[in-house]
Write a protein of this length. Structure first.
Length: 440
């Protein structure tokens, strides 16, 4: 059927994305997000999520009303500066401030004033990791130290992140106040990385004709005001700087800056393992540009440099936190139990964890074969392979969270912003998936 053809699907998406100058989809985004936030405020069993929803629902509603005003003005005159792309950027900024930054700051202040239900556990974990890093030179507790904790605190004794994540907990190790809440610094890191990514795409060399700003705006919206990202940053937040650094790395790749792309994804990899698959795909992309060494130097070198001090101070503690616990061999199990296929298989079938692990390995092998046979030659293909690969991995992991979907969603939404004039598709292959386009 013609409707199933990739080109037809792309045309359908472009029609939706550009309807009313992009305002129609903006309105849908903010209206649906307002409903999601309101439902979260009324029904969530997690108190930080309920607090976020109560504030964010109003913020999304205000953004939706602003878009309605823009649509009404557009009917009168399409040339008004209140309905153009700069105005859409302004509404996006307003939405991020009111649905993410405001509830984040509100919860941080209430927490500093004594509320114990205004942060998710990962905030506490990162802050304690920062204290340990400052006092002992490693963010990790060893097996015996975790075992000595009361049973109800053993989960918080684990730090299942790479050592660099503890940097966001250092401010709280120095001063105990609202602005040293780890989420505040997650937000600072996220904003800085996204700003650099936008600047990299907008200031690409003159020989590189970049994608329209409308595609860039849509990518930024996916990483900021989309509820899965806004909720995560306001209540927990450790995934957002990792995601933003990955998006920065892809933007630098599209701007023909492979060395800087490697540094950006290497910084992300020094924070969390979720960046490592993106780093691998970027290194393969770098090989197609004869810049594999430059990409790998940062993508591999920075995570190793972050691991070395923790390895030298307490190797067993590092192994307990970054290997044994994520693999389900810690003193306690991970609370990440979202009902994705991998988790359902692991819990419902005999030898389910082995089956889920085998499926995950098989998916990894399939992606590796794809990379070997048709390596990504454009930043667009790199983003798409990373996004779909992470989507499959999240679906098949025995222990996972619904919130992890922010990675593939944002990566896939970011891909259109990475298009270049030189990225011509291979005949018969959709341009987004072509690995044979001119270098990006």
């Amino acid at each position: 059927m013609i409707a199933d053809h990739p080109t037809a699907r792309r045309r359908s998406w472009r029609t939706l994305d550009t309807a009313a100058g992009g305002l129609a989809l903006d309105l849908g985004l903010y209206a649906v997000s307002a409903a999601f936030a309101a439902i979260t405020a009324l029904t969530s069993t997690l108190l930080p999520h309920r607090a976020w929803g109560a504030i964010a629902a109003v913020g999304y509603l205000i953004a939706a009303l602003a878009v309605i005003v823009q649509l009404l003005l557009r009917r009168r005159t399409a040339t008004s500066r209140l309905v153009g792309l700069p105005a859409r950027w302004a509404v996006t900024g307003l939405a991020w401030a009111s649905t993410t930054l405001l509830p984040l700051l509100w919860q941080s202040i209430e927490r500093a004033n004594g509320r114990t239900d205004r942060a998710q556990e990962e905030v506490l974990v990162v802050e304690r990791a920062g204290i340990r890093l400052l006092e002992h030179g490693t963010p990790y507790l060893g097996h015996d130290a975790i075992a000595a904790l009361p049973p109800g605190e053993q989960l918080l004794g684990y730090t299942p992140y790479q050592p660099g994540m503890a940097i966001f907990g250092l401010p709280r190790a120095l001063v105990d106040t609202w602005w040293t809440d780890a989420r505040v610094w997650f937000a600072v890191g996220t904003a800085l990385a996204l700003a650099l990514a936008v600047a990299a795409l907008r200031t690409a060399p003159a020989t590189v004709r970049r994608a329209p700003d409308s595609a860039l705006l849509r990518g930024v919206q996916a990483a900021t005001v989309l509820p899965i990202c806004a909720l995560t940053l306001a209540t927990g937040g450790d995934d957002l700087p990792v995601l933003a650094l990955c998006l920065l790395a892809l933007a630098l790749a599209a701007a023909d800056r492979p060395g800087r792309a490697g540094l950006a994804v290497g910084l992300a990899g020094a924070l969390k393992l979720f960046a490592w698959p993106v780093a691998l795909v970027l290194i393969v992309w770098g090989l197609t540009q004869r810049a594999g060494t430059r990409v790998a130097a940062g993508a591999i070198g920075l995570p190793i440099a972050a691991l070395l001090p923790a390895l030298l101070v307490d190797r067993d503690a590092l192994t307990e936190n970054v290997l044994r616990f994520p693999l389900g061999h810690g003193l306690v199990t991970s609370p990440a139990q979202s009902p994705f296929p991998g988790h359902l298989i692991a819990t419902a079938l005999p030898a389910g964890r082995l089956i889920a692990a085998a499926l995950l390995i098989a998916a990894g092998v399939a992606i590796a074969v794809r990379l070997a046979r048709r390596p990504p030659r454009t930043a667009v293909a790199t983003a798409l392979i990373s996004g779909y690969g992470l989507l499959v991995a999240i679906a098949l992991m025995p222990s996972t969270r619904f919130g992890y979907l922010l990675y593939p969603v944002a990566l896939l939404a970011w891909a259109p912003a990475l298009h270049r004039a030189a990225d011509t598709p291979t005949v018969g292959v959709p341009e987004q998936l072509s690995g044979r386009a001119t270098s990006a």
